[in-house]
Design a protein around this ligand. Structure first.
Ligand SMILES: [Zn+2]
Length: 243
């Protein structure tokens, strides 16, 4: 076989692998049960810091970790991506974690919650995804529980139900309004909860849970399939809490 022919065959093989990986790593819809099954992707052996986790045995460490929110813009867009509903945001909104600044990129939703606190799961979890200049990610998780109607959540209007449906917000909506008043939190080092499950993500899970009414939770459920990843092994990681 000529060298060029061999290279060509190898290329076709590689493309095949790439297509296969894309097809298996995505979320596959089962029309029959109307449920999304996240196909388990084999993780590299050295991936030992995955998310989400069950938050237990957290330790208080005064003055160790600080998180400040500098959300001075607005939500810009709302879009149904098929596997979630995502909120686009105006530029220049940041959080500072221990003197390191991360830009707010987007906010999206999971149901049920991905993180579990002391074994308790919540109906909805929002992820506020941030990126630093060096490419490192920080995600703030907000767990919502069922209760009274949340007027801030109502300001999002009807969530787009169909994949690809997108609209812009006309009025200013501050991302902080989707968070609880108290910013007490748990923090640990984890990963993205969707492929490629990149690690070294700083997770900040807020302790307090804003309420959503039953019909608001129903609206989230109506806009996406169940999309929470299974709980991952803690593998000896430290969970720090701060009030
Ligand atoms: Zn997420």
């Amino acid at each position: 076989m000529s060298k060029s022919k061999l290279i060509k065959m190898m290329c076709i093989g590689l493309i095949g692998c790439a297509v296969y990986a894309e097809a298996t790593e995505g979320q596959v819809q089962s029309g029959k049960e109307d449920v999304v099954h996240e196909m388990s992707t084999p993780l590299a052996e050295n991936m030992m810091s995955q998310s989400p986790i069950n938050i237990i045995n957290s330790i208080e460490k005064e003055n160790q970790t600080s998180v400040t929110f500098n959300y001075k813009g607005s939500l810009a867009t709302i879009e149904n991506l098929g596997h979630t509903v995502q909120l686009g945001v105006t530029k220049g909104q940041t959080i500072t974690v221990n003197d390191k600044e991360f830009d707010l990129l987007q906010i999206h939703f999971h149901h049920t919650s991905e993180h579990v606190i002391d074994g308790k799961s919540y109906p909805v979890e929002a992820h506020f995804v941030h990126k630093a200049k060096d490419g490192k990610l920080a995600v703030v998780g907000v767990l919502y529980e069922e209760g009274k109607t949340n007027t801030s959540f109502d300001s999002l209007g009807e969530l787009p139900k169909k994949k690809g449906e997108k609209r812009a917000f006309k009025e200013n909506i501050n991302a902080m309004d989707l968070m609880p008043g108290s910013k007490s939190f748990y923090t640990y080092s984890g990963s993205l909860t969707t492929p490629p499950y990149t690690e070294d993500v700083t997770w900040v899970v807020l302790k307090d849970s804003p309420e959503l009414s039953k019909s608001q939770i129903g609206m989230v459920q109506g806009a996406m399939h169940k999309n929470n990843r299974d709980i991952q092994d803690i593998n000896g990681r430290e969970i720090i809490e701060k009030d």
